[in-house]
Ligand binder design. Structure first.
Ligand code: ZN
Length: 318
């Protein structure tokens, strides 16, 4: 059956791929990969029957295969359901549901790692383009926005005035997901919405008031150690750096290179600086305690002046 190793150029796929491309759905079909069931069906033009990828029946010739996203499409094109694999029984009326479910589950269980669309496509045995399209159709978001945008997250926030200006504290039921400092409440709220475009965000709801209180106390220098749960998506490296920052004692500072050494990666000072700059929960992760080795207090996402004042308060209360 060597003919199946030749380039398959099935008809009727121009809507998902250029016709000159090898359709990535051919591989799961040829391997009778039951994992691909629920992601597409194929019709065989010589028999007029459509099957799911894992159908145990004889493999069709590549030039006689047509791929369909839905069983409905297959029927509309004049194909009948295979009695052996019963393709309508795998929930394909809603095409790709199973693959999209797997993709979103994979994104959730790999929240601390970068996942590319290509990788996700391999996990789900779909072409990247196809997966992107189905994901969007079913979830309403692209996979990356699903991951980035906080889809399914319910966030409550509070803004309060402090000696350092406005403080915004946002949290889910699981932990603090954003702490911002600024001059304008409006700007801080807008930034929060930009950070989590797909989340459900509400003012003064659900934010655990004791967390806000703890942060305000901390700003006044009354509560040196701030030990609050954090609910953000980050890479494993970012987590490592942030945990190292939380171990810097109140009132002390470290150079970027010192933090890099502390996490066992002495050459990663630049990456440490980036992890500090992208810290979404200032104060809870005290990135202000990292300073340039050359002296001075260095930059701060929320203003160099605020960093200076934070460090001055800590110095006094130490
Ligand atoms: Zn079949």
């Amino acid at each position: 059956m060597m003919q199946y190793d030749l380039v398959a150029r099935p008809l009727g796929i121009s809507e998902t791929l250029g016709t000159s491309s090898l359709d990535p759905r051919w591989k799961p079909l040829a391997e009778r990969d039951t994992n691909a069931d629920g992601t597409f069906v194929y019709g065989v033009t010589s028999t007029g029957i459509y099957c799911r990828p894992g159908c145990p029946s004889r493999r069709p010739r590549a030039d006689r295969v047509r791929f369909f996203e839905t069983t409905t499409e297959a029927r509309q094109s004049g194909f009948r359901a295979c009695k052996r694999c019963r393709p309508d029984a795998v929930g394909l009326a809603q095409p790709g549901v199973e693959a999209v479910r797997r993709a979103s589950a994979y994104l959730s269980t790999h929240a601390d790692q970068p996942v590319t669309l290509a990788h996700l496509a391999r996990v789900t045995a779909m072409s990247p383009h196809h997966l992107q399209r189905r994901f969007k159709a079913i979830v309403g978001l692209s996979p990356s926005n699903y991951r980035r945008g906080g889809a399914g997250m319910s966030i409550g926030y509070s803004t309060v005035s402090s000696a350092l200006g406005q403080v915004l504290v946002a949290a889910t039921v699981d932990g603090v997901c954003s702490v911002k400092l600024g001059d304008s409440e409006t700007t801080l709220v807008r930034d929060l919405r930009r950070e989590y475009p797909s989340a459900e965000i509400r003012a003064n709801k659900q934010t655990r008031t004791e967390w806000v209180k703890a942060i305000l106390q901390h700003l006044r220098g009354a509560e040196p150690s701030l030990d609050l749960p954090i609910d953000v998506q980050a890479t494993a490296f970012q987590w490592t750096v942030w945990r190292a920052l939380q171990r810097i004692p109140y009132g002390e500072t470290r150079a970027y290179a010192e933090v890099a050494t502390a996490i066992g990666q002495p050459k990663a000072a630049r990456a440490v600086a980036r992890a500090c700059a992208t810290n979404p929960v200032c104060l809870v992760v005290p990135c202000h305690r990292v300073v340039p080795a050359a002296g001075g207090t260095g930059g701060y996402r929320w203003g160099a002046d605020r960093k200076k004042r934070l460090l001055a308060v800590e110095e006094k209360r130490r």
